[in-house]
Design a binder for this molecule. Sequence first.
Ligand code: ADP
Ligand code: UDP
Length: 238
Amino acid sequence: MEKKEQLYEGKAKKVFATDDPALVIVSYKDDATAFNGLKKGTIAGKGVINNRMSNLLMRRLEEAGVPTHFVQELSDRDTLVKKVSIVPLEVIVRNVAAGSFSKRYGVEEGVVFDAPTVEFSYKNDDLGDPLLNTSHALALKLATAEELEQIKAMALRVDELLKAAFHRMGIELVDFKLEFGRTPDGTLVLADEISPDTCRLWDEKTHEKLDKDRFRRDLGGVEDAYQEVMRRLTEDLA
Ligand code: ADP
Ligand code: UDP
């Protein structure tokens, strides 16, 4: 399957058309942004790692019964996926307080929740991805009530599966962001990516951060952290 015209260039990936109108190719870049694009940089080799890691994790989720957009890895950076209409929500699941949750509610980073939380942000860069609740999402017609229920259930199932997978790798899954899309027949599938760009991952023993917070917070060792997660995932599969 070959890349045709570029449909979209985002902050971390490009999307290309293919000969098949139902399929697109996503191409992972090394570009990194944070704080709604205010901070820009590159993380050498990130695109290759995120492509590989996202595909491995999505394949596992599929095997466990979670429908995803994944079709086939084409190269180091390119993957064939089902073209979906993205539901404009960032679906965030949290197991441990961190980031915007800690800031907004005045809770120290690292406080472990009794049960995971699910929250939605309106995926809209111009507005800075504002937090919203279910009735806001309905008022804005971003999804139906049934879809929101389904998205929440799928997000919690993904959390269970990913938490277990990362635990085997000695990694605590602190929080992560998911995106869902509709296929032409209206089926909801997990889309976008699952990577250290979109998850907070802490070493279980040392609590060292192994994710994009190293870039956001100028902690150094960004490339090494991404490589370390990939190394552990590869080892887990061997
Ligand atoms: P952003 O748009 O936030 O800068 P990216 O650089 O990751 O993000 O760009 C990838 C874009 O492709 C995102 O807007 C994402 O919603 C979209 N996308 C992800 N998976 C699919 C898919 N299967 N079909 C269509 N669009 C997708
Ligand atoms: N996240 C993401 N894209 C976004 C916002 C958040 O992938 O546009 C991820 C982020 O990496 C973290 C989780 O979602 O794993 C929760 O992020 P949070 O709300 O704490 O926001 P942040 O601290 O990134 O501002």
